[in-house]
Write a protein that binds this ligand. Structure first.
Ligand code: MHO
Length: 200
């Protein structure tokens, strides 16, 4: 059941140590939900990255790109698996003209960078690759309006978070919210509290 208690309990049980991964895959609402569905993805948030202009916002995005940022449990999921999902989720040989929606794979550590190199070597044609590969990540959170966008207007869910005492930032960072957002977007989500989840 989706109650304030189940949400709080689910969020309390999350792994202590997570790693982050950040991808530009077009409009960030989609990957927020599709990555949120994956086992081992603990938290999701959306924002702007990949540009140089200070303080990007949705209205004044400048030269930045919409990105999704994931916190994942390295005991359950590897960066290479996330790369598989990310490359399945876009065409690596076609880059949208609009910078806002471009494809970018960020690597934040040497280990991630090495995994990316091996992934590319094994799976893709480097010559034709148009996806941007970037190592310097400066991430700016998107507005609360864009976080877990599929929950927007779903009062029967957002009320539960409110009753649990969560504000916008708490909900954005909530592992339970990531799973619920994925679920209402129509993704298969393997989480016990969703088994008997119904619109109240
Ligand atoms: N064309 C989409 C873009 C949203 S996305 C956050 C829309 O407005 O529905 O860029």
């Amino acid at each position: 059941m989706c109650t304030p208690t189940t949400i709080r309990e689910y969020d309390r049980q999350t792994p202590e140590e997570t790693k982050t991964a950040t991808f530009g895959l077009g409009c960030f609402w989609g990957p927020d939900a599709s990555f949120g569905a994956r086992s081992g993805v603990v938290r999701t948030r959306v924002g702007y990255a990949g540009g140089t202009k200070p303080d990007p916002t949705y209205e004044v995005i400048g030269d930045h790109t919409e990105v999704v940022q994931l916190e994942y449990d390295p005991d359950q999921l590897s960066f290479t698996e996330l790369l598989e999902y990310a490359f399945d989720a876009h065409d690596p040989y076609h880059q949208p003209n609009k910078r806002q929606y471009q494809h970018i794979v960020f690597t934040e550590t040497t280990a991630q960078h090495e995994q990316l190199e091996s992934y590319l070597e094994a799976n893709l044609d480097r010559e034709r690759l148009t996806t941007r590969l970037e190592r310097d990540l400066e991430f700016t959170l998107a507005e609360p309006y864009h976080q877990k966008f599929n929950l927007r207007g779903k009062r029967w869910i957002t009320d539960v978070f409110e009753k649990a005492g969560y504000d916008d930032a708490d909900r954005r960072e909530s592992p339970a919210a990531a799973k619920l957002n994925a679920h209402v977007a129509g993704h298969e989500v393997d989480v016990a509290f969703l088994d008997d989840f119904e619109r109240a």
